[in-house]
Design a protein around this ligand. Sequence first.
Ligand code: MG
Length: 325
Amino acid sequence: MRYQFKFRPYRRRFLRSLTTNHGKWEIREGVILRLTDETLRVGWGEIAPISWFGSETLEQALDFCHQLPGEITDEMIFSIPDELPACQFGFESACDMGSRGDNCITPNSSLFYSALLPAGEAALNQWQTLWQQGYRTFKWKIGVYAIAHELKIFESLIHTLPASTKLRLDANGGLSYEEANLWLWTCDNFKANAELPIEIEFIEQPLPVEQFQGMLELSTSYETAIALDESVATLGQLAACHQQGWRGIFVIKPGIVGSPSRLRKFCHQHQIDTVFSSVFETAIARQAALQLAAELSQNNRAIGFGIDHFFEQEQTWLQSLWKDL
Ligand code: MG
């Protein structure tokens, strides 16, 4: 199959900046792709890299788009190098979408969403609004402030959240081995005392990527589950961690993990426990990512796409971007 190829870079400001252990994030930048096949069917795709998370940079993605001719083929799309995982996702999902012909955006209501709480004390004032919107799984960033301070907020948080809430703690690799032990021990303790009406679902990426062995050890020492995120940013990393014995949870960010067809193959082959998560993409990449999540999610885990409150109404914004593409 041959496609006419066009692309356009975009910049979007978050309604409020996003604070993680990696620092502040104010503007989301990416590239929107349009592929038109010989029958004039149109497929949209999006490249939404996060280089500090392990994907290519926006510049590398743009360079790749610039050097492509105006007409491209399936062969070219399926041979995008592994160093450009966000490009693999963007191009493959654009030709998938074109071939399925479903251009409308239909989030799958059977998937439950997890909502992101702000780091620190702000979480205590934010969850109510999200709860009213229907969210029952929350993620809270830890490793942002001093651990003693965060443990205090954590204690208030778990005693204020309504029964049956699920809470995920995401350290973004920001804890030391001792701090990770303290968090896991604290979570185990709350669970053992059974006084806790809420469920602490897992701690996400407690240690930096280089400390895989440490996380493997922690995962066998505590009841509280651990999910790898930064460690499994791309399909190559995911396969390597699985091969080195990781049997905990894998967070998959379809937008940067790489080729969707190879991801499908890996998940089907190994039946891994996955949580699908957003890279703060627009509705275009989100649709493709949700499609994958619906196909490949197991164990009824909420997916991390509860991020609508971070951007303004996007329909109008996307339409204005597409208008002259
Ligand atoms: Mg994470």
